[in-house]
Design a protein around this ligand. Sequence first.
Ligand code: ACO
Length: 435
Amino acid sequence: MPKDTLTITDNRTGKTYEVPIENGCIRTHALRQIKTGDDDFGLMGYDPAFLNTANCKSAITFIDGDKGILEYRGYPIEQLAEKSSFLEVAYLLLNGELPQQKDLDQFTHLVTHHTLVHENIKSFMDGFRYDAHPMSMLASTVAALSAFYPDAKHTRDERSRRIQITRLIAKMPTIAAFSYRHTMGLPYIYPDNDLSYVANFLTMIKRIGTTTYKVHPVLEKALDVLFILHADHEQNCSTTSVRTVGSSEVDPYSAVSAGVGALYGPLHGGANEAVLRMLREIGHISKIPDFIKQVKGGEGEKKLMGFGHRVYKSYDPRAKVIKRVADEVFEVTGKNPLLEIALELERIALEDEYFVKRKLYPNVDFYSGLIYEAMGFQAEMFPVLFAIPRTVGWCAQWEEMVKDSEQKIARPRQVYTGSGRREYVAMDKRPAPQK
Ligand code: ACO
């Protein structure tokens, strides 16, 4: 019978160690027993950017990057996108099971009735300059919520946790819409409890000078599907930020605001904004071969934005669903003129040896920006549109972390490469720096 262990021989000492294998992992901490002598700290794992290190156990989202599989609580993303709704998916991610109708009604009622923000939040947001990026406003305003809800610090109290989670999911669209209205110089629109989660958000964004504005049902459905696709993605950069900050037992508003900050980056949620800029820079399909040449020859400083993924080494399953949604949206809004460039860019890249060899496929962000733009959002709003649904994933992952008895404050080790100990040198004795 083969044993679930790993035998390690330390060639420095000739000693052999047996380390248990559990869930396809060894505990890196088990390496610490491997020492060359009593003074030795013990062996560590060195893994910049967590390429091969699991930071937690999680029962929320499953990804098989090679096969292009994404499942929330075991349910394939394609089925959820086709049959479910965003709030039902939110319930599933937070609670582990699909809801009964009465549970969903209750959850929807709770979220709907927590969408208002304190009036001082409006004054807080008014303090931003007219050209503030809406994602900066979102990150700061979410962090500010912790000052409005001091009870949120009781992270060990399940009831308190659930109240904060409801508030976060409910208020995120309101703050997101306010940040949009601020950049446009438009008055804020208050939430409308008679509307769905998505219709309410779109109304707060779009309504100007009328009380009868009605969201087009195709666009409402499309954004609901996009929200489902973005709701969680296991231990990505922003979720890891939320878990890391949350591990200090700070309130969830502070932790989620760290997630918004991480998502803002162009290599993460800012990628769809970057895709649009890239498509505009290319400008015409005739310029694509030249652009691809620059990406391939540029030693990494020029990337094909919306391509590649740390985990997916085949087609991102979300990108497939998004392409279908794009067709439905363009039926209503008319085609985004950049679509032609995007489709041709994808076709050429998928045949090019550089991208094939590195397994670079379109990710969720390659087409989402085109849809958002067709729906009338400016590029700065794209990461904000990502942050709204991802709040559900951040909250589910944060709560899972809080309840996990194995988790502690996150505190990685380092490999020190700096100077050895040296004595302080007085200012007048310091040698002049070498030019
Ligand atoms: N364009 C051109 N080359 C690329 C790209 C790209 N988009 N992505 C990766 N590569 C190249 C790298 O230069 C590297 O080449 P090398 O082996 O010759 O050095 C190789 O492919 C492997 O790439 P890594 O950088 O090691 O991959 P990593 O897992 O670290 O990066 C990432 C993943 C950050 C997503 C990367 O693919 C990227 O920057 N993509 C563009 C930005 C983007 O679309 N981000 C959105 C991600 S999805 C999301 O957050 C929702």
